[in-house]
Design a protein around this ligand. Structure first.
Ligand code: ADP
Ligand code: MG
Length: 628
């Protein structure tokens, strides 16, 4: 039979890749603006027609490209920004994948003009749907201009999917503001259908914020400044009396890159603890600088997400520095908002302070004996309000132990007879952690570097990554709850109003059913806010906005089509937001619970994001290291 596998031609591959990079005109705006910034431009013009559907053009005065590079830049994986894998850990540029221009050229008509300072003539290239149409030398000013016309001309389905001009224009403004706020040292101008929308001269960052958001902003801002070993925080937060109903003006930048983080947002909100009106949202413009090797931005080409080495320290620093600023400017104690003091304390604010998610696993639980497992799950739900989840009735099936068995004790004599199998399995798992030792309170787990939990096992030791392990535990809990439709919710005494942008509200509407399955109860949803009267048992009230925020961020690429993968996405996202973070100290009990919880999971080997949750080291391996 003849072979049936073929390599896709480049233009097809590019068109497929384009689906990831370019969702809408705003994605083009983002990529072109970032390239101009990376080219060290000091003056950048953005020109848009019909909300970017007919034209997105970016003109910069940056370093330009020579004739070879001008052609090469449209190839996939063509980048001048990294050469070696190690470069990924010292990134100072926005781009590094070399995908954007290849993707854009695959699905639009592109005219590029570029000239380097020292050259006489520049290069002008026209490329349409990945095909080079023309290339000429021309007299040009220094810098680069990209004009992207007729986006998705060759993918009618994508074109039809675009929203109204108002919506697409709003997305473009979002991207423009993010780049402009991150770079006050660059002059930006923005024209839409011939009118000048923004003209932002080079200025201080405070002035930039004011220029982007109108003159009145100035009096609202309080500066924030904190210098520590792991992070420098600079920027501004708004005085509480200027807090708004919606979340439009909240920005985090990390190393000059806009990011979204529900967790850090929560840290800011915690700093405003008790001084904001119910549901009010402060504005903030916070610039964090961290060593490039302490973050991982290599997550997704268009994601505004970032992974930090030590998130919980960052949380604490951020919260403290904002609190300090608010206090210093005397804004913290003065406000009262005429609240009824009786309604004040216990419910709404009680948890804001202790924002750190905690491990919620029944301490009496021993996964190594079947009847204890059942008892545990029968009892669950009667514990703390955020207990590890009633409704989570995961049977500790023999099958789930098999993987543990294989992973941890390869040298064991495996008998293949199925009748003996369950016995084998029980015996081995039962001896992985010595029961007696636990009962006599001998410390069987050790946390190291607030990151890993080490525990002796029969064959050597196991090292568990606390964050990933907890993600796995929570993920399976949520998934079980959702698929069996028996999630329990905790009724809120006072319904919670949460405000979102209209595009976020659209997403929430679409996800409503799946969210209800996790335990959310929506009393009402309108154009700009939801009223929540019940929340999943394993989430605290103060974590809700963080959880939803994170979820909306995770859904930037669109909502999965079937309900199964919707549930999966939600469970993953919630597990990510709520899992204990690297950098958090855990008590011995918490460590034990986490380890036990992990190994009671169906698939304890990997986090929901397919990263290993634990490794084992056999005594022989340790012996070998000493044998030198
Ligand atoms: P990346 O930004 O990830 O490197 P792109 O596809 O966005 O990938 O760009 C490819 C390459 O084209 C860049 O690495 C850069 O060398 C060059 N380039 C793109 N835009 C510009 C520009 N405005 N000025 C100068 N060079 C540019
Ligand atoms: Mg780029």
């Amino acid at each position: 039979m003849s072979s049936i596998i073929q390599l896709l031609p480049d233009h097809v591959a590019n068109q497929i890749a384009a689906g990831e990079v370019v969702q809408r005109p705003a994605s083009v705006v983002k990529e072109l603006l970032e390239n101009a910034v990376d080219a060290n431009a000091t003056d950048i013009k953005l020109i848009i027609k019909d909300a970017g559907k007919s034209l997105v053009q970016v003109i910069d005065n940056g370093k330009g490209m020579n004739v070879t590079d001008a052609r090469l830049c449209f190839e996939r994986h063509a980048t001048s920004k990294i050469r070696h894998a190690e470069d990924l850990f010292s990134l100072h540029t926005k781009g590094f994948r070399g995908e954007a221009l290849a993707s854009i050229a695959a699905i639009a008509h592109v005219e590029m003009k570029t000239k380097q300072d020292q050259e006489e003539l520049g290069t002008q290239i026209v490329i349409e749907g990945s095909k080079f149409v023309s290339q000429e030398s021309a007299v040009l000013p220094k810098g680069t201009s990209f004009a992207v016309k007729n986006l998705f001309f060759n993918i009618p389905a994508r074109r039809n999917f675009l929203k109204s001009d108002t919506v697409e224009y709003r997305h473009i403004i979002d991207e423009f503001q993010r780049v402009a706020l991150a770079h006050p040292n660059i002059h930006f101008t923005f024209y839409h259908n011939g009118s000048e929308m923004y003209n932002l001269p080079i200025s201080t960052s405070r002035q930039r914020v004011v220029n982007v958001f109108s003159g009145k902003t100035n009096e609202k801002l309080v500066p924030v400044q904190e210098d520590t070993e792991i992070v420098t925080v600079e920027g501004f937060v708004s005085k509480p009396e200027f807090a708004k109903k919606n979340r439009g003006e909240q920005f985090f930048f990390v190393n000059d890159r806009f990011i979204k983080s529900g967790y850090l947002h929560h840290a800011v909100m915690a700093a405003y603890d008790g001084i904001l009106k119910d549901g009010a949202q402060p504005s903030y413009f916070l610039y964090l600088s961290v060593p490039p090797n302490s973050i991982d931005i290599n997550i997704h080409p268009t994601k505004t997400e970032i992974k930090f080495d030590d998130e919980s320290a960052l949380y604490a620093i951020l919260r403290a520095s904002i609190k300090h600023s608010l206090g210093q400017f005397n804004v913290a104690p003065v406000l009262d908002f005429e609240r009824d003091a009786n309604l004040d304390t216990p419910y709404h604010y009680k948890d804001l302070e202790g924002a750190m998610p905690t491990i919620q696993v029944d301490s009496t639980f021993n996964p190594f004996s079947d009847d204890k497992v059942n008892k545990h799950y029968a009892n669950s739900g009667s514990g703390s309000s955020s207990g590890s989840g009633s409704g989570y009735k995961k049977p500790a099936s023999t099958a789930s132990w098999e993987s543990l068995y294989v992973g941890l004790k390869q040298e064991a004599d495996f008998t293949t007879e199925s009748t003996e199998f369950s016995f084998e399995s029980e015996e081995v798992t039962g001896s992985l952690f010595n029961d007696e030792e636990v009962e006599h309170a001998v410390q069987n787990v050790y946390q190291i570097h607030k990151k890993y939990i080490v525990s002796p096992i029969k064959s050597g030791m196991v090292i568990v990554d606390q964050q990933r392990a907890h993600q796995r535990v929570l993920y399976e809990q949520f998934l079980t709850n959702m698929t069996v439709h028996q999630a329990s919710s905790q009724q809120l005494l006072f319904p919670l109003n949460l405000y979102f942008s209209s595009s976020e509200m659209e997403l929430i509407d679409e996800l409503k059913l799946s969210l209800v399955n996790t335990g959310f109860v929506f009393e009402d949803t309108n154009d700009d806010h939801v009223v929540i009267s019940g929340i999943p048992v394993n989430v605290t009230e103060s974590e809700i906005s963080m959880v939803l925020e994170q979820l909306l961020g995770d859904l930037q690429e669109g909502i999965p089509e079937n309900s199964f993968s919707q549930n999966d996405t939600i469970a993953k996202s919630m597990a990510k937001s709520l899992a204990v973070k690297t950098g958090t100290s855990l008590t011995i009990k918490e460590q034990e619970n986490l380890v036990n919880g992990l190994f009671a999971c169906k698939d304890p080997n990997v986090s929901p994001f397919q990263k290993p949750t634990f490794i084992t080291m056999r005594v022989e391996d340790i012996d070998k290291k000493f044998a030198v």
